[in-house]
Structure formats: structure tokens, C-alpha cells
Design a protein around this ligand. Sequence first.
Ligand code: HEC
Length: 89
Amino acid sequence: MNKIKIISGIIAVMILTITLYSCTAQRAAASKKSGAQLWGENCIRCHNIPSPGDYNDVDWETIGLHMRIRANLTEEEIVKIVEFMKTVN
Ligand code: HEC
């Protein structure tokens, strides 16, 4: 009985480690992407992709807050996207 408990304990720790490691690896990959790249990948998922020139800088700040929630983006990702939207205006 005890052996089974120990083995399942080890397996649980292994699964946890692998899961946590793969999440960190994905996050690291996302942080290497540019604002333009993140914009191209994310902002077309639900509607036509908005052009940077469609809104002014102040509007992009508000839209960023709104779309961060809608698109489930990290703070870092949305900051990069909003910076990109502002530079191209
Ligand atoms: C998960 C789906 C989804 C993703 C991904 C998404 N949007 Fe949206 N977006 C919406 C919806 C839905 C609306 C309509 C307004 C509402 O109901 O929230 C909208 C509206 C907008 C509007 C109109 C103004 C406003 O704030 O309502 C703009 C501009 C916009 N999105 C830009 C973006 C940008 C830029 C991105 C990429 C960071 C993005 N969206 C990613 C769902 C999404």
C-alpha cells in the first residue's frame, strides 16, 4: 500500500513540474514577440483587424484595457500592442 502512495506522489510531482515548466516556456516565447507580431496574431481572432490609424493614442489606451480582457492577454502583451498602435498613427 505504502509503495503505491509513494509512487503516485512521485508521479504527481513530475506532472506538476512538467506543467509548470511548459507554462514558463510558453510565456518566455510570448515575451520575445514584437507588438506588431502580437497585434497580427491576436487582434484578428474575433473581428477584422483594426489598423493603428483607426484610433488616436488616447483611444488606444482605453481599447487596450478593454481588449486585454476580451483577448485574455498579459499586461506585457497588451502594453506592446498599444505601443505599436501608437507609433504607427
Ligand atoms: C476574444 C475576442 C476578441 C479579441 C481577441 C479581440 N477583440 Fe476587439 N472586440 C471584441 C468584441 C466582442 C468587441 C465589441 C465590443 C464588446 O462587446 O466588447 C470588440 C471591439 C473592439 C474595438 C472597438 C472599440 C471598443 O473598445 O469596443 C476595437 C478597436 C478592438 N476591438 C480592437 C482590438 C484589438 C487591438 C485587439 C488585439 C489586442 C482585439 N480587439 C482583440 C472581441 C475581441
